[in-house]
Ligand binder design. Structure first.
Ligand code: HEC
Length: 172
């Protein structure tokens, strides 16, 4: 009787082990795939162009360890001066669900194409989230937004005022 019980226990342990083994085999490629997809979307979606230091002017040569760490290059226009925030620090504090909610409802000042994030498919937003989480936190917070009457001390690009003043679209 004792012998039999032991055999059953052993069998259960083996089965549990197989189960755990299978789970990790199944989970692993899925995550790697998401991370890779996220990397692709960040690269092709233009996020690095603004949110990564020197990316645009170096022809995309900024090393990946600096990707999405924000930028102190300002964008000045009728809305004031905005700085692309450090998404590596932002995303660390958000759950996947919070990130998706934020992206779906985002509205910012220019030149952030917030309307693109609003329309992005949930699976693509998830992929970007996993890629940023995979890179981990990095860099410093970007400079704070400045109102229109304050002259930035950082380098910046100047947008001319549009012919028709559509300032409703340019303030939060
Ligand atoms: C043309 C430059 C530009 C591009 C391209 C761009 N961003 Fe931005 N982004 C900004 C700026 C500038 C801000 C800050 C706007 C403000 O202060 O109102 C911002 C803000 C954000 C925010 C808001 C952060 C918060 O605190 O909620 C998120 C999220 C974001 N960007 C994600 C992305 C992603 C993801 C991509 C790629 C799909 C991207 N951005 C592409 C310039 C850009």
């Amino acid at each position: 009787m004792q012998f039999k019980r032991n055999r059953i226990m052993n069998l259960m342990i083996v089965l549990m082990g197989t189960q755990i083994g299978l789970n990790s085999i199944v989970a692993q490629p899925l995550d790697t795939q998401l991370v890779e997809q996220g990397k692709y979307l960040v690269k092709i979606g233009g996020c690095n162009d603004c949110h990564t230091p020197d990316y645009l002017l170096s022809g995309g040569k900024t090393p990946q360890k600096l990707w999405l760490t924000g930028s102190s290059f300002g964008w000045k226009g009728p809305w004031g001066t905005t700085y692309p925030p450090n998404l590596r620090l932002l995303v660390q504090g958000l759950t996947e669900k919070q990130w998706i909610e934020r992206a779906k409802n985002l509205k910012t000042r220019p030149p952030m194409p917030w309307y693109v994030l609003n329309e992005m498919k949930e699976e693509d937003l998830r992929a970007i989230y996993h890629f940023i989480q995979d890179m981990g936190p990095g860099g410093e917070p970007a400079p704070q937004y400045l109102p229109p009457d304050i002259e930035p001390t950082t380098p910046y690009a100047l947008f001319p005022s549009p012919p028709s003043k559509k300032e409703d679209n340019m303030t939060k």
